[in-house]
Design a protein around this ligand. Structure first.
Ligand SMILES: Nc1nc2c(ncn2[C@@H]2O[C@H](COP(=O)(O)OP(=O)(O)OP(=O)(O)O)[C@@H](O)[C@H]2O)c(=O)[nH]1
Length: 424
């Protein structure tokens, strides 16, 4: 399920990790070079100081020491005698590496604080604060992810999401969250880059997938009975099969059901749902082809009330002469039956088409959630990622096969973990 999308998300993670590791290696070699440079400068200073001391009296030496101390606390000082220290500071001030290690302070833990104290102490002996910053970056092994590091991997991920049929605005939202979460994020050079990128991906995906999510079982348990659920969506996507699967689902939770065939338009619709009802040993209410779908579902509600049935599952037509007819029919069902829930059914494999249909159906007859069928046959995952964000209504179930048990309550976190290869 969603294997192609899974691969693409994995590639993004690897790209960012690779960029971060290259950057880390660069930072490390710059640190080493800076350290060598600072040691060299310090040795030169020491040699100069020795020569000076030989030529001067005790009072002069005392004055030079006092000047050196004041220079250390005011590194911008331009005292010619201490040109060497001033140069080190100017160097470090221009270095992005020094900036990165300074930012790293905000994210560092106790060990970072320890490293800072150590290097500041060394700093007073060995050189300017620039050296301290470089040494700290080297010692703590931390660096910061910058916007430019993400540019290429994000661009590739955006392409990959669009190719996976993720809706454009949803892909944009995912990009924005990743940028927000990752830019400025500090990470240890090699060990925890994976954690940082994985966490950002998880948050970005969850944010779009879990829009409007609610606990379906809890809502059913709390509702007055009979509870009426009407299923909408175009023909052929697995609507009737999903109704049959839901009858099994409720039975397993101790709830009785009656089926109603509100698809009075299509020839053969009665026979199709009757087959399922027979296989599942459920009561079915049907009318003649061409009858009023609202009347069929109304009759099923009356039957449920009279026979203490918990849930009415109403099928509807998916295609009429015009979409106006279809929407008019759905709004008549709304008026006459006033269902407790309207669930939109579509197939995951339809990708963007499923997303657009979900939006149209929701606009015409407000849905409470979606059932996404044939997820078992979908490598892309675009519809699963996009529907909730586009409609504001959650996916509640995934169809995962042709059998009556092949339906899973939709859990956004579980899906994201699956996509990111996180073991549950
Ligand atoms: N692989 C797979 N096949 C499914 C799934 N759900 C339904 N199908 C198959 O999809 C085909 C169409 O399903 P139907 O239930 O007849 O489609 P429908 O939307 O009800 O069609 P209408 O009754 O015309 O509205 C059938 O062969 C189902 O077995 C699913 O989750 N996975």
């Amino acid at each position: 399920m969603f294997d192609s999308l899974k691969d693409k998300l994995g590639s993004f993670r690897e790209d960012v990790e690779e960029t971060a590791e290259e950057k880390a290696a660069e930072a490390e070699s710059e640190d080493a070079a800076a350290e060598a440079e600072a040691v060299e400068e310090t040795e030169d200073d020491a040699a100069e100081a020795d020569a000076g001391a030989a030529d001067s009296d005790a009072a002069d030496a005392k004055a030079a020491a006092a000047a050196a101390r004041s220079d250390a606390t005011q590194p911008e000082g331009d005292d010619a005698e201490h040109g060497a220290e001033t140069e080190i500071e100017a160097d470090a001030g221009e270095s992005t590496d020094a900036e990165a290690s300074s930012d790293a302070d905000e994210y560092g833990g106790a060990d970072v604080a320890g490293a800072v104290t150590d290097t500041v102490a060394e700093d007073e002996e060995d050189g300017g604060p620039g050296f301290a910053k470089r040494a700290k970056s080297f010692a703590t092994g931390q660096t910061v992810i910058e916007e430019e590091d993400l540019e290429a991997p994000l661009e590739e991920l955006e392409m990959a999401l669009l190719q996976s049929d993720v809706e454009f605005s949803v892909a944009q939202e995912i990009m924005a969250t990743l940028r927000e979460e990752l830019v400025g994020e500090t990470h240890r050079f090699t060990k925890s880059t994976t954690g940082v990128v994985q966490r950002a991906l998880k948050n970005a995906l969850l944010e779009v997938i879990s829009v409007g999510q609610f606990d379906f079982d809890e809502r059913v348990a709390e509702a007055d009975k009979p509870l009426t659920i009407v299923f909408t969506g175009v023909n052929g996507v697995g609507k009737t099969t999903s109704i049959a699967k839901m009858a099994r689902y409720f039975e397993e939770r101790g709830l009785s059901t009656v089926l109603a065939n509100g698809d009075t338009y299509r020839a053969g619709a009665n026979e199709q749902i009757e087959e399922h009802a027979e296989a599942l040993d459920k009561k079915i209410i049907t009318h003649e082809q061409g009858g009023d779908p609202a009347a069929v579902i109304y009759d099923a509600v009356e039957y449920a009330e009279a026979n203490d049935v918990d849930v009415v599952l109403g099928d509807t037509a998916g295609r009429l002469h015009t979409s106006d007819d279809l929407m008019e029919q759905l709004s008549k069902i709304d008026r006459v039956v006033d269902p407790d829930m309207t669930l939109f059914v579509d197939e995951a494999v339809a990708g963007q088409d499923a997303v657009q249909r979900a939006k149209q159906f929701n606009d015409a007859a407000e849905i409470d959630g979606a059932v996404l069928t044939k997820a078992d046959a979908d490598a892309q995952g675009g519809a699963a990622i996009s529907i909730a964000h586009v409609t504001g209504k959650p996916i509640l179930f995934l169809g995962t096969g042709q059998g009556y048990d092949d339906i899973e309550p939709f859990d956004p976190e579980e899906l994201v973990d699956r996509l990111l290869g996180i073991d549950g």
